[in-house]
Design a protein around this ligand. Structure first.
Ligand code: GUN
Ligand code: ZN
Length: 443
């Protein structure tokens, strides 16, 4: 079985940092190493000690002085929107109708879906993201393209076909029965195959009839290990439209509650304009609110209120939400998260940012035994970060005097150029992913 010693300044979390100097929440090894065998972490610690656990002729990937962390995790984005990032000038509903529902129609073409899926996975890897949860298009073939591209790279990806049977162009609408049948077949094909996991994906209340949400309820009940994902309370016009379509519901959250969709595997994108009652329901059901800062700023949707989530004991995660999100980079995402929370009078510490991109998001997915930290037995999904990759960063780093400062510089000034290497299940992937991304394509 292949063995590798990954050497560098190793940082991994064991708990959520409770304050700026909560050193018990993380482990840092200045001259550290991660010993990998057969795609899994065998041991993490000081190089001298970990070196002794490996054979004398073990290969060493020496990344000093770079940081070695668990691969980053993105809990919400849209793979068919890869070429629709930066679509100008509209808020959510107009943006969907003008740009997104046009773009997603291209995914009836399996060749196009496969080409975009390849680029999408390479873009994630280039940005240090090793696991993500994505919406595919309404076409089942787009899900095949997505999981095929993930499988080819050994990535642990989560995703599903969007179900949408109203308020969208004919070419993007399924029916409640078709959405059910296609989702069921895709779950049978992909859920649990290698590292693939399925997410049952009614797009949002506006594009699903009550009959489709009933079918979603049946799928969730019949497939208790699948994830569920949808959108909630992103934009004021969206909320007014959604609640007008379900007049019997107490509020937007209650629409999903009435159809039995809220559980600990539910990921709800955005969750910006929620009442206390709604946040209490999310806490009670252990559903996860997904904070998508670049998207929320780009579409002018609003500012996520983390402190209300924390006070209510509600779970939340972080995500890019490409293509309303403007970057695949989780570093850039946390840069904007910091600013959004700042506008709310809330602080996001550098250690908390890095916790959120790794172990925090792994916990939101219930996958903390497998990803998000570098404990023995975890998948060897690893990112190597260079805090001096850009000249302006190198110059700024000369005045940095602590790890917290370095992490904050990485988050504030960094992007894919700081990702020096990425390991997926122990295999180095960055060079290939970046090289392919530079080759012009026909699609
Ligand atoms: N709500 C329903 N669909 C979408 C989408 O594709 N992006 C965003 N940001 N919000 C949505
Ligand atoms: Zn979304």
């Amino acid at each position: 079985m292949s063995e590798l010693l990954i050497r560098g300044r190793v940082l991994t979390f064991v708990a959520e940092p409770q304050g700026i100097d909560d050193t018990a929440a993380w482990r840092y090894f200045e001259d550290g190493a991660v010993f990998v065998r057969g795609g899994k972490v065998v041991a993490t610690g000081d190089y001298a000690e970990v070196r002794g656990r490996a054979g004398a002729d073990v290969a060493v990937a020496d990344h000093r002085p770079n940081l070695v962390l668990p691969g980053l995790i993105d809990t919400h984005l849209h793979f068919p929107q890869t070429q629709a990032i930066a679509s100008y000038g509209a808020q959510l509903l107009e943006w969907l109708n003008t740009y997104i529902f046009v773009e997603e129609q291209k995914f009836c073409d399996t060749g196009h879906a496969a080409a975009v899926a390849d680029r999408f996975m390479d873009e994630l890897i280039s940005n240090g993201t090793t696991t993500a949860v994505a919406y595919c298009s309404v076409h089942p073939e787009s899900v095949d393209a997505y999981f095929t591209a993930a499988e080819a790279r050994g990535m642990g990806m989560i995703g599903g076909k969007v179900m949408m049977d109203r308020n969208a162009p004919d070419a993007l609408r399924d029916t409640p029965q078709q959405g059910y049948d296609e989702t069921k077949a895709l779950i049978a094909k992909w859920h649990g195959r290698g590292r693939a996991r399925y997410a049952i994906s009614p797009r949002f209340a506006i594009t699903s009839t009550p009959e489709q949400l009933e079918m979603s309820q049946a799928l969730v009940a019949e497939n208790p290990t699948c994830y569920v994902q949808t959108h909630l309370s992103e934009n004021k016009d969206e909320i007014a439209f959604a609640t007008s379509l379900y007049p019997e519901a107490k509020d937007y959250t209650d629409i999903y509650a009435r159809y039995g969709l809220l559980n600990e595997r539910m990921l709800l994108g955005h969750c910006i304009h929620l009442s206390d009652r709604e946040i209490a329901v999310l806490a009670e059901t252990r559903s996860v609110g997904v904070f998508c800062p670049t998207s929320n700023l780009f579409l002018g949707s609003g500012l996520f209120d983390r402190d209300r989530f924390d006070k209510a004991g509600a779970r939340w995660s972080v995500a890019t939400d490409v293509g309303a999100g403007t970057s695949f980079s989780m570093l850039e995402t946390m840069d904007e998260a910091y600013k959004v929370l700042h506008l709310r009078g809330q602080k996001l510490t550098p250690f908390n940012s890095f916790y959120r991109m790794t172990l925090g998001n792994a916990r939101a997915l219930g996958l903390e035994d497998q990803i998000g930290s570098l404990h023995a037995g975890a998948n060897a999904d690893i990112v190597v970060l260079d805090s001096s990759a850009k000249p302006a960063m190198e110059y700024r780093m000369r005045t940095a005097t602590s790890l917290a400062q370095e992490l904050f510089i990485l988050q504030t000034m960094g992007d894919d150029r700081c990702v020096a290497e990425v390991y997926v299940a122990g295999k180095a992937m960055k060079a290939k992913a970046s090289a392919k991304a530079r080759v012009p394509e026909t699609a």
